[in-house]
Design a protein around this ligand. Structure first.
Ligand code: HEM
Length: 193
């Protein structure tokens, strides 16, 4: 949300996609997700630039192996840096720029939140990868889709850009992000208000 507040054209594009695919007379549903490629590209970019933990859970290699020219002996404790991979300038052009379009340039017709080649880590991959890729992807996409479809968002502090610097001890924002949400759909779609 912080990235989108700083770049309102991205927010506008994601909301326009939702309005085009879903409209304003019903809430976005799971069946709409295949058509929400821009929204999914935004989430993939959030995963790349702002992983929720610095490292993947550690693994121990069970045999000698060589990866990208590095010899990794059996018994090594392997830690993958999620941030290091996601912001690697040898892999990503202009790595610190939040740019969802970079995930729309592939040949796949559907944007998926996973990455097999370890260019970044979302759900990781292989035998130890997350077994709940579909559930985790669906929950994440629906949650952001509902937030954007259901409300207009604006920062309390009008001074842009919002400071997105992270804490040193974890990767949460050093300063909390405070936004104002206003309903933007017909009232009957908000049963609890
Ligand atoms: C956006 C949501 C999620 C993300 C980004 C995510 C990501 C990950 C990652 C990176 C791992 C570690 C892989 C490794 O060890 O290399 C993992 C493991 C795991 N995840 Fe998820 N996950 C998500 C949601 C979920 C959900 C909803 C569930 C269960 C309902 C789940 C269940 C698990 C389990 C059981 C493991 C351990 C697998 C193993 O060690 O064999 N995850 N997840």
């Amino acid at each position: 949300m912080g990235e989108m507040m700083n770049e309102p054209t991205l927010l506008k594009r994601a909301v326009e996609e939702l309005d085009y695919v879903v409209g304003c007379n019903r809430l976005v549903q799971e069946q709409d997700l295949p058509q929400l490629n821009y929204l999914k590209a935004c989430i993939k970019e959030f995963f790349r630039l702002h992983p929720f933990t610095a490292f993947n859970p550690p693994h121990v290699s069970t045999m000698d192996t060589t990866i990208a020219g590095y010899f990794i002996p059996k018994g090594s404790h392997v830690l993958l840096s999620r941030r290091g991979l996601g912001r690697n300038p040898n892999v990503w052009a202009d790595p610190l720029r939040f740019n969802p379009d970079r995930h729309l340039q592939g040949k796949e017709r559907q944007v998926v939140l996973t990455y097999d080649e370890l260019r970044m880590i979302s759900f990781s991959t292989g035998k130890c990868g997350c077994p709940a890729v579909v559930l985790g992807s669906t929950i994440t996409i629906i949650m952001l889709a509902r937030l954007l479809q259901g409300f207009t968002w604006e920062p309390v502090c009008k001074e842009l850009p919002i400071n997105l610097v992270e804490n040193h001890d974890d990767l949460s924002l050093a300063k909390p992000l405070v936004l104002i949400a206003k309903p933007r759909l017909p009232q009957h779609l908000y049963p609890n208000i």
